[in-house]
Design a protein around this ligand. Structure first.
Ligand code: KMH
Ligand code: ZN
Length: 276
């Protein structure tokens, strides 16, 4: 098995700073977090941005500040979110690709998201992919439901994607596919040949999904975007969530990838200077 790639999603768009004191919602907090999670064993950081008051933003200038802060403190693969927050326009979500991060997410279909709808129609997906091609950004395909893999295959059939790709299964969102080992195994079985994959279990399913991925040869995403707690009633710091998965993987005989090892596994060209 390849060394384990640990992605950390430290902020997300749904958690507010009044739910936890550990949410790194400013660029300088993100920089500090990047250093801590890299030391703990992460190789990718999945980035959302906030204003100083904690509200969501997808402003290009704010992502540039976050990028610079992360890069000043780590060699992590920087993966921008193009999912953003519910209510953002597709153009807003895609705008940050002009900063040419090494990777960015592409959610492969619409999904109920609690009481909201996270909209990713084919026109939205095509527009985001076009920007990824324009700026040379590698997608991570976010799969919240089984049909999303079929959508990704359809995009490939249209010539907009080529497989293999790196895929992240986000399981346990209310409205998406539940986080069970059986569902994970079915999704992995359905992957196009040669894809690499990780899993992000939501809430208390974060650790069980990580354990399954460690055993199955997949990779793992943890972080406060998906789960606030280290254990019942005990709020987590991002680096603790990374450190626990790294420790368990090593105990299980699975080494943990450095950022450059992750780049080699994912076929990324190398740490790019962003263009601005
Ligand atoms: N905040 C969610 C609506 C992504 O980052 O690509 C979408 C999301 C997915 O978080
Ligand atoms: Zn996200």
């Amino acid at each position: 098995m390849d060394p384990l790639i640990i992605t950390c999603a430290p902020v997300g768009a749904e958690i507010s700073p009044d739910q936890t004191p550990y949410l790194p919602y400013t660029p300088s907090m993100l920089g500090e977090t990047a250093r801590a999670i890299a030391e703990a064993g992460a190789s990718i950081v999945h980035v959302h941005c906030r204003n100083d008051d904690g509200t969501n933003t997808h402003a290009v200038a704010r992502f540039q500040q976050a990028y610079d802060a992360i890069r000043a403190q780590s060699e992590l693969i920087v993966q921008f979110s193009t999912g953003g927050a519910i209510g953002m326009t597709p153009a807003e979500r895609a705008s940050v690709l002009e900063l040419r991060p090494e990777m960015a997410t592409l959610t492969c279909g619409t999904v109920n998201f609690g009481d909201d709808v996270f909209e990713n129609s084919f026109p939205i997906m095509r527009a985001i992919l076009a920007k990824m091609h324009e700026f040379g950004v590698r997608p991570e395909l976010e799969i919240f439901d089984k049909g999303h893999l079929a959508n990704a295959r359809r995009l490939a059939h249209e010539g907009l994607l080529s497989f293999p790709q790196h895929v992240d299964f986000v399981l346990g969102v209310p409205g998406g596919l539940e986080a069970t080992v059986q569902n994970l195994a079915d999704l992995v079985d359905d992957l196009p040949h040669g894809c690499t994959w990780s899993v992000a279990g939501i809430g208390r399913q974060q650790l069980p999904m990580a354990l399954a991925a460690i055993a199955m040869g997949g990779h793992v995403r943890v972080g406060l975007e998906d789960n606030l707690y280290y254990s019942k009633g005990r709020l987590a710091r991002n680096e603790e969530l990374v450190e626990r998965v790294a420790r368990i993987a090593r105990e299980a005989g699975r080494p943990v990838a450095t950022p450059d090892e992750a780049r080699a596994i994912l076929g990324l060209a190398g740490m790019k200077a962003n263009s601005l």
